[in-house]
Design a protein around this ligand. Sequence first.
Ligand code: NAD
Length: 358
Amino acid sequence: MKNLNIAVLPGDGIGPEITAQAVRVLQKLSDQGHFSLTLQEAPVGGAGYRDSGHPLPKATLDLAKSADAILFGSVGDFSLDTLPRELRPEQAILGLRKELGLFANLRPATIYPELAGASTLKPEVVSGMDLMIIRELTGDIYFGKPRGIRTLENGEREGFDTMIYRESEIVRIGHVAFQAAQKRGKRLCSVDKANVLETTQLWREVMTALGKDYPDVELSHMYVDNAAMQLLKNPKQFDVMVTGNMFGDILSDEASMLTGSIGMLPSASLDANNKGLYEPIHGSAPDIAGKDLANPLATILSAGMMLRYTFGMADAANAIDAAVQKVLAQGVATGDIDRPGAKRVGTVGMGDAVVAAL
Ligand code: NAD
């Protein structure tokens, strides 16, 4: 039987509560004979700082490097916000991305029928929406050099950054996107601004050439301004979208908010060998931490993505997705997805319901 070697990094705030429920779900699948599990836990974020003076302690990083995949809760602790930037909890994520070469960020945005009313858009516009945004995570204007703020001869200051992508970087995110599309609805929309930016003109050329290797995937291109508009106008037209770091940063937040339920959205960040870090898109929610109020479904669905993308276990991943759908159909709800007639539960109660549905 395949053994899954998983590093569990619960982090801060609600992190420990929600990862505990995702671990229960993985253990249930293990009990059912899908795989065996090696789980090792380590502190990260504010918890890492309190433990050993750094948000990404060396022992935690070593564990993350040696594991096949990482289940990450959330980091963030307002009481540590006065620390120098490099010691703040959020630096742990940036450090892990960099150290592990996690260049591909996968963010599904799915509307469950029971939650269509939670979106700020009309239910008929969003119901049935099921898209995934793939964002390149380690390049683009966020990392390009030169950058800075300089003073011109006339004394005026000028800020500048460099948008830059190498062909090899576009190829590697392109492969991830085409392969994700093959696992879903076989449609890929590449988002750029090729009419104005040379960098994204190259992006479009490389994506088009790559498309020849994937004849079963229907490739289209869209300018980013139109993509922002189309996500609000008709989000159901999209299956997989792929884009650079900056456009992806903005569009993935826009898409996730179409669902209206932050506690439901998982994510994956992958390296070149499909090793990945899996985490809910939300933060550490200090306002509800330790109160058994947090929705663990985003983290449970992140564990499902781990089974699908790192371990290639589609059956086990589908079992998690189906269990979550069943629980929602039963009307079980944490406070953030509460609705008339729902059965209110806490974090643990939601974990109980998913385990029972499995
Ligand atoms: P947040 O996502 O933690 O919370 C925003 C709101 O959504 C809060 O009202 C919170 O109670 C609610 N919420 C979030 N997750 C929920 C869940 N699972 N169930 C129910 N309700 C949920 O964002 P914030 O309050 O702006 O930030 C809190 C801390 O988290 C900050 O320190 C921030 O830097 C950090 N943060 C971390 C990550 C990460 O770990 N990847 C991401 C975003 C923010």
